[in-house]
Write a protein that binds this ligand. Sequence first.
Ligand SMILES: Cc1cc2nc3c(=O)[nH]c(=O)nc-3n(C[C@H](O)[C@H](O)[C@H](O)COP(=O)(O)O)c2cc1C
Length: 228
Amino acid sequence: MRSFPALLPALLSACLMTSVALLSASLTAPAALMAAPADALATGTKDGAPPPPDPVFGKAIVIVFSQTGKTMRIAELIAAKTGADIYKIEPTVPFPPHEGEIIGLEETRRAEGIPAEIKGPKPDLTPYSFVFLGAPVWFGGIPDHVALFLKDIDFGGRRMAIFASAGSQPGDIVKKLATASKGGAVIAPGLVNKREDDWGDAAMETLVEEYLVALKKSLNDPPAAGAR
Ligand SMILES: Cc1cc2nc3c(=O)[nH]c(=O)nc-3n(C[C@H](O)[C@H](O)[C@H](O)COP(=O)(O)O)c2cc1C
């Protein structure tokens, strides 16, 4: 039988190995716990977390120009229901919040031939498989700021859908936005809400739900109907 001093190195070594094992367990346990909230975010189960990308649209982006908030309401509902990101096209100098004032400023700018200016940078479309594009009708067509944004963007064959808001004369805004979206494969239908339409919360929910259902039908029934 070995004496106690002879056993000491073996005992010390056993203690050391146990400590290392305990230390390593205490380091890995918090990491495993930290993974839980991240998983909850990814599945949209945590309060305030964005929903996961829609299985039909994939990862989507809503590109929107809105100065008095109406087109933005549609944009936000689309984003909430599809998990899309929102990119706002913004004028370099913000407009006042009242439509009459905006019309006056825009009439003056256009009459004086001053170019519209928007903030950068433009969004990187690489992660996105689907693009929603929304704008109000200005002077019977696309606001100059939106035309400027679209001028040097190529949507690279991505599927796209158009939405808009208007006063009483929307004209053919959907067709105009579709035509200006170079490289985009625009699918039908487009959505236009006019001033006289119901802008109540319930009506807006239904409007956007029906729009998304119709778009999904378009996506599932190839060839996609062109909105052009
Ligand atoms: C400069 C300007 C021009 C407009 N021109 C038109 C027009 O030609 N036809 C129309 O129906 N509405 C017109 N409108 C009304 C807007 O299209 C409408 O209020 C829209 O819902 C505003 O969208 P927003 O709140 O997202 O900015 C115009 C508004 C502005 C500010």
